[in-house]
Write a protein that binds this ligand. Structure first.
Ligand code: SF4
Length: 300
């Protein structure tokens, strides 16, 4: 049952982080218009199970008036709302309050702030810290997102991982992270990646929507295009076993995906996402409706 919708308000961002799994940058394109956002809200009312609407990107504060309007409309429809930001706008606690107060007045339920070494070197005086302090002063519910550079640890998380290297730090090996962060990390044979470890592709709880119409189950893996078919219909008719990419993934992970479509692949990968992302990228031209946009794969 789908309970969360995340607007990727834009792929544009003031930063260009190595771990960004949607390849955001100052040059990135793809931003919702007000008209497009309102079309989505009309569809959300028909889905009936949605509780939460998140605004993220890219960097949603680059499109502050649109984000503000989206939050206003969402609350008018009875949804709870959240924001994910890198807080580039927090030049002091006092100034950060100027940005946050109108959102707090709308009743925004949660704000998540990136506050890590990928974004800011000095955590004590970072914009993330200033924004979090300002949010607390206003009485807003808030939290930080801290992703570290990948580290190699001894496997202890699962019985089957004992003695095998586990990658710490929290970065997901999708998008730009594959290009920038996988070098030198230990790898495992491709046959081991027989399941998707992070997404419930059979019964997704949330999807990310972008201005190109893509409805992301995972970054760059779409249920369908909401500008081609109504979003409510896409959601209600979704069945992982009837989708060309999700079907192999739910029945045997990235390893099944390469077998099903006879994709040329490497012998070893850092983890399942690393493999899944590269195999999906190799299949982009065969399944453009389900693997999009190309920019999330670092392509034009
Ligand atoms: S990249 Fe593939 S394996 Fe990783 S969470 Fe997404 S769908 Fe699952």
């Amino acid at each position: 049952m789908l309970t969360g919708i995340h607007f990727l308000l834009s792929y544009k961002c003031d930063s260009e982080c190595d771990h960004c799994f949607v390849y955001s940058s100052p040059r990135a394109k793809g931003t919702f218009t007000l008209n497009q956002m309102n079309k989505v809200f009309k569809e959300l009312a028909k889905i009936e199970t949605i509780e939460w609407i998140y605004f993220e990107g890219g960097e949603p504060f680059l499109f502050y008036p649109l984000m503000h309007e989206g939050i206003r409309v969402a609350h008018g429809m009875g949804f709870r709302t959240g924001i994910v930001t890198n807080a580039y706008w927090a030049t002091s606690e006092e100034d950060a309050e100027l940005w946050l107060k109108p959102l707090h007045d709308l009743g925004v339920s949660n704000i998540s702030v990136s506050d890590d070494a990928f974004h800011y070197e000095d955590k004590e005086t970072s914009p993330g810290k200033l924004a979090l302090n300002a949010a607390k002063r206003l009485g807003m519910s808030c939290g930080s997102i801290c992703i570290g550079k990948p580290t190699v640890e001894e496997g202890i998380s699962k019985e089957q991982d004992k003695g095998k290297p586990v990658i710490g730090g929290g970065a997901m090996f999708r998008g730009r992270a594959v290009e920038k962060l996988t070098e030198g990390l230990p790898r495992r044979p491709w046959e081991e990646f027989t399941e998707c470890p992070y997404e419930d592709l059979r019964n997704p709880k949330r999807v990310h929507l972008d201005a190109y119409g893509n409805t992301h189950l995972c970054q760059g893996l779409s249920m369908g295009n909401m500008w081609d078919a109504p979003l409510s219909k896409i959601v209600k008719q979704y069945d992982a076993d009837s989708q060309p990419i999700c079907r192999p993934l739910v029945n045997g992970g990235p390893a099944r995906l390469v077998k099903e479509y006879d994709v040329q692949h490497q012998d070893e990968y850092v983890d399942a996402c690393h493999m899944c992302y590269l195999v999906r990228r190799a299949l982009l031209d065969r399944f453009p409706q389900y693997l999009a946009p190309r920019s999330v794969y670092g392509l034009q």
